[in-house]
Design a protein around this ligand. Sequence first.
Ligand code: NDP
Ligand code: 8X3
Length: 252
Amino acid sequence: MKRALVTGATSGIGWATAWALAEAGWEVMAWGRREERLTGPEGLVAQARGAGLRGSIEARSVDVRDGAAVAAAAQEVLKQGPVDFLFNNAGLALGREPLHEGNLEQWEAMIDTNLKGLLYVSKAIGMAMVQQQHGHIINVASIAGKEVYPNGNVYCATKTAVDALTRAMRLDLGKHGVKVGQIAPGMVETEFSLVRFSGDEEKAKEVYKNLKPLSAKDIANTVLWMVEAPEHVNVADVLILPTSQLNAVSLR
Ligand code: NDP
Ligand code: 8X3
């Protein structure tokens, strides 16, 4: 059975992708910080077992900002067998203020999670993939990494860095038989905006009020298509938008 590691699997895109992979017969390791959401009685593992999926989901609480914890958790995963697919999804936006009014703690959290966290996981799992001369990594970038928008400053910068890292990782790891690609979504209705606006539900709803946004499942289905493409095909970069989102800021 093929094995996948999904980061940021406690909600949204990560949860939907872990589920889609398990449904398609993959053995999935799901990481996120909120342990209850993963392993509690109503959690992902319990739901997956109840649903009788073809594959399986095992979960572990891991904060990707903690490099030592990531290295230790990766070792545990690799002890059980090779990882065929890494879905680097954990990430967040915090705040939407002009740069000169920005909050330093929020900046640090975005840089530590979206950039350094992705690097820690990629190094630990990428090393093993290079040794086994096989593997596939898909990073979750964003339209915010293709275009900047007003008040998006630091979030846009982290996703622009992810876009650059995807290309850099493809050069470094591709020589060793490891496929690297990314998916860059526009607006997806998940907990993303709730997190961005510190739990303010009204503000979060406002973001999606004039369009039909993508769902986490739309992204999961696309990721499944990317990872199940034939061995000689690398879907390197997918920009995926709601039909009525025309670019980072224009709606139909
Ligand atoms: P959610 O908020 O629903 O999911 C984010 C996930 O990341 C959660 O599972 C969260 O889990 C996890 N996470 C956050 N910080 C950490 C951390 N330090 N360590 C481990 N896990 C962490 O939002 P989405 O599903 O929308 O976001 C997933 C990815 O998609 C992000 O990288 C986001 O930037 C990107 N994206 C989202 C878009 C959107 O419009 N929604 C568009 C483009 C890209 P927990 O808090 O339990 O750790
Ligand atoms: C999330 C999409 O446009 O809210 O990466 O930044 S956006």
